[in-house]
Design a protein around this ligand. Sequence first.
Ligand code: PMP
Length: 290
Amino acid sequence: MSLKIYMNGKIIDEKQAKISIFDHGLLYGDGVFEGIRSYGELVFRLKEHIDRLYESAHTIMLKIPVSKQQMTAAVIATLRANKLKDAYIRLVVTRGEGDLGLDPRKCPKATVFIIADKIALYPDRFYKQGLKIVTVPTQRSSAETLNPQVKSLNYLNNILAKLEAINAGAEEAIMLNAQGHVAECSGDNIFIIKKGVLLTPHISMGALKGITRQAVLDIASKSGMSVKEDVLTRHDLFNADECFLSGTAAEIVPVVKIDGRVIGNGLPGATTLKLLLNFRKLTKIDGVRY
Ligand code: PMP
């Protein structure tokens, strides 16, 4: 069955959903995106995703041709058109069609499209056995270059990091910043637990302000755990009691080995699993119904 795609104000069949070869999203990665998830018939933290999309667009001076309210309605219309309950939603806004030059002024109209598809879940063994991850040479860009808060279509930095992890036989890459401090993974935020304190790199370290990251911080604080956004080194990671990654697609996934060092007892941590359970509970109640 073919998917129904929202494209520039209309719901159309995926076969009709086409992008111009002159679209600057394609030619230059000039655009922004979001990855959102729905659980049952609830879109998790939709407002936060929409807000982040518009902030990313504002920073790159990309005018989104629809209001936030219309965008929210478009996400819901796409989910309904595909009769999806549990879904992964990709919202993309590109600079639109221009000429072969860089100049964004030659692109009069942004392209907006939304794909809602079944969620491709990570293998169950990731959650049961935990991930083995490595730090990689490719650094996370600094706020002074391409600010990691802009969720742009330029993901080559992260793709290089992912390739380096794959080449090393690992499942995920830890990216450091130019100072050698831990930033995040190629598509997820990173957390550790040490002596009962939950720690994650401060966003100034080069981490995206992940929406799952915030949900994890909220859940942990509510349960009375101390939480801290901090400067973390590889040494801190190696000597953590527990480690896990967070992201929209991954939710919370335990990490058991980093650069060959066993984390804690080498098994997914008890607090990590409890956070995952509580996160999944939250997704059943915290969302926009459609
Ligand atoms: N960091 C990067 C680089 C990402 O691309 C993502 C998710 N797309 C995340 C972290 C996690 O963010 P979120 O929880 O909002 O999905």
